[in-house]
Ligand binder design. Structure first.
Ligand code: GRF
Length: 221
């Protein structure tokens, strides 16, 4: 059953994932409301997107002598003051402290531009491209204390072709990010995500027949 979930979105950059979430909410396909968008970088285009859609946003800058915990305390205070239930990391370029994680246990989602646990950390697309994999993709997962290590909610795979560059691959991955992030949030809103240890079970979702994919194709072999 769906209810409206209060989101807090954390951003640092262009905010294209934020945009896809906003678009779904505005279309009525995602039962959520963005209560606050927080950025750590005043120049982030994501904040301009927030303003264009009339969504409250604020910049909390680091710098200065404050510790990581002190910074995270400010984020948590703002999110709680806005009655945020689910925190959505949308290109937020900071590692969260245990203080933050404890404030929102299994209520922080992140998106990563590779098929975790492969290629965690920054530049996931480039690492996959340089490695020479034939498929890469993206992953939405709950955040835990590691870097891109939390329980996986949903993944999308994309092929890597010989003609690709890091840029064309990144574009193909980003397109899928824009599909799976709103979907993961919707599953959460519908109460369909059940975390059991490392595994996230998705209630009542169809399990299609196995459909293996090959790249390059394996036909009549
Ligand atoms: C995306 O590639 C996402 O996977 C990563 O940061 C990037 C954010 O892009 N975590 P955008 O700001 O949503 O356009």
């Amino acid at each position: 059953m769906s209810r409206i979930v209060n989101l807090g979105v954390l951003v640092s950059g262009s905010g294209s994932n934020l945009q896809s979430i906003i678009d779904h909410i505005e279309k009525g396909t995602l039962p959520a409301r963005i209560r606050i968008i927080l950025g750590n970088n005043p120049g982030a285009f994501a904040l301009e997107r927030a303003r264009r859609h009339g969504i409250p946003c604020a910049v909390i800058e680091h710098g200065g002598a404050g510790s990581r915990e002190e910074y995270d305390r400010k984020l948590v205070d703002s999110l709680q003051a806005h009655d945020v239930e689910l925190v959505v990391l949308a290109g937020f370029m900071r590692v969260l402290s245990p203080l933050f994680l404890r404030a929102f246990p299994m209520r922080i989602m992140n998106i990563h531009p590779a098929l975790l646990p492969s290629f965690p950390g920054t530049h996931g697309q480039k690492k996959a491209f340089d490695y020479g994999v034939k498929f890469s993709g993206c992953t939405v997962h709950f955040a835990d204390e590691g870097v891109d290590t939390g329980p996986v909610i949903i993944q999308a795979i994309v092929p890597v072709y010989d003609a690709d560059t890091e840029e064309t691959l990144s574009r193909r991955i980003l397109k899928e990010e824009h599909r799976i992030y709103p979907k993961a949030i919707k599953l959460y809103a519908e109460g369909k995500l059940q975390v059991e240890g490392r595994k996230v079970r998705v209630k009542d979702h169809p399990q299609p027949e196995d459909s293996p994919r090959h790249n390059p194709p394996v036909v009549d072999f």
